[in-house]
Design a protein around this ligand. Structure first.
Ligand SMILES: Cc1ncc(COP(=O)(O)O)c(C=O)c1O
Length: 436
């Protein structure tokens, strides 16, 4: 039933009972969602270019996912895998071990959230190497729990006031070519930012004290920064030379978001450990660390786990997601979708001075907005204005980036052409209005 006053009612109640620290980008309360559409309690409809922050790659309420959840819920919802184990964990582990990059024997551990998987990847890498140090990157985002927050780069709003942070974390500059931290220009730089890791071992943390590097193939919250092709192979080579575990945080880039199942495949990089979450189980809370058997098997029995890790309903949802990828050719769809969106974004780059850079891979695309192209001053207010303009016209859109000036697309890969075009048209209207 449509209820015009319900949004207002819930907003008012929320201010009384939900802490402000957990904000929402839009003021609308969802009633139902299907495919790439969201319908709110007042009967408004929205095209979804956010996918619950990159979680709904197979679309909202896919019938196959819904059926799997219902079926499993009727059988049992929880026994705890550490008490009475069950098949869906093992079946999903087998599939993820095959799908993640790396032609070596692998094992998979299931947890509940991205941050929890990040924490476990670090635990495993430390146990395996018997070293404490972890190298993370500027613009990196790895979650909000203590260790994950310590690994995260951006201070406001993620870290301010929440310290002290976990020790033994060291931060490298990232390959942000548009704003090169070393002041160089690609390709003349010869990707010096990757080789800088060798220097880093002298000035920040010794290689022999470093357990792992943890890196996003394209920074999610950090602005969809997409390193040049040489970057990750070079980083990996240095890790291999020094016995350092390479952890790929594919939480936002994984599950087809960049047109390949995992983004590091674009550069033929095989990380020692891959972290998967978000679109893995279409919104059910499930994450995984998948990686080399010799590393995954390092910790002793009982050293890893958690009450809900590998919940059977979540694992069944994830198994359905993997079937959907196959049956509906979602990787091919992702590529086509990426091409279409990129074409529009590149046309806009010619049309609107406000756009400093178009970047990303597949449909994981972004516009970095600047006040003028020469000075590259971040246009944060304009990005906020564009996001709000779109929300008011029925398109859910998200910004990101260190300066909040990057507009990103995370729409379900199953979005149909009509809704895609309608969404892009709203964005274009917004860019036109901001450019006046
Ligand atoms: C790359 C990356 N790592 C880690 C996380 C944390 O995941 P979660 O919010 O499920 O803890 C996120 C979430 O946005 C992410 O994008």
């Amino acid at each position: 039933m449509k209820n015009p006053g319900k949004n207002e009612y819930l907003r008012e109640l929320r201010t009384k009972v939900v802490p402000q620290g957990q904000g929402s980008v839009t003021p609308y309360y969802v009633e139902k969602a299907k495919g790439a559409m969201i319908y709110d309690v007042a009967g408004n409809e929205f095209i979804d270019f956010a996918g619950g922050i990159g979680v709904m790659n197979v679309g909202h309420s896919h019938p196959k996912v819904v059926a799997a959840i219902k079926d499993q819920a009727e059988k049992f919802t929880h026994t705890c895998f550490m008490v009475v184990p069950y098949g869906p964990v093992v079946e999903l582990a087998e599939k993820l071990c095959r799908l993640t990059p790396g032609a070596f024997p692998k094992k998979a551990l299931f947890l509940n959230s991205g941050a929890e998987a990040v924490e476990n990847a670090v635990k495993i890498a430390r146990y395996h190497t018997k070293r404490p140090g972890i190298i993370a990157f500027e613009s990196g985002f790895h979650g909000r729990t203590f260790l994950a927050m310590s690994l995260t780069s951006k201070v406001k709003p993620y870290k301010l006031g929440f310290g002290p942070f976990a020790p033994e974390i060291y931060r490298m500059p990232y390959a942000y070519c548009y704003r090169c931290p070393l002041g160089l220009t690609y390709p003349g730089c010869e990707v010096a930012c990757a080789d800088y890791l060798r220097e880093f071992f002298i000035t920040h943390v010794a290689a022999e004290a470093t357990a792992a590097i943890i890196v996003e193939p394209i920074t999610g919250e950090g602005g969809f920064i997409t390193p040049p092709p040489e970057y990750f192979p070079r980083l990996q080579e240095i890790c291999q030379e020094n016995g350092i575990v390479f952890i790929g945080d594919e939480i936002q880039t994984g599950m087809g978001r960049t047109g390949k199942m995992f983004a590091l495949e674009h550069w033929n990089v095989e990380p020692d450990l891959t972290i998967v979450a978000k679109s893995l189980a279409a919104g059910m809370p499930l994450s995984a660390v998948v990686g080399k058997t010799e590393i995954m098997d390092s910790p002793h029995v009982g050293g890893l786990g958690g009450t809900y890790g590998g919940n059977p309903v979540c694992c069944r949802a994830a198994l359905a997601v993997l079937e959907i990828f196959q049956e509906e050719g979602l990787l091919e769809k992702a590529e086509t979708l990426g091409d279409k969106v990129r074409q529009r974004f590149e046309a806009w780059e010619h049309q609107f001075e406000l756009i400093g850079e178009v970047r990303g891979l597949g449909p994981m695309l972004a516009l970095e907005l600047v006040k003028d192209r020469e000075a590259k001053e971040p246009a944060a207010d304009e990005a906020k204005g564009l996001v709000e303009f779109c929300h008011k016209r029925g398109l859910i859109l998200l910004s990101c980036g260190n300066y909040g000036n990057v507009i990103r697309t995370l729409m379900p890969l199953v979005i149909d052409n009509e809704h895609l075009e309608r969404g892009l048209a709203i964005m274009e209207e917004g860019l036109t209005a901001l450019s006046k």
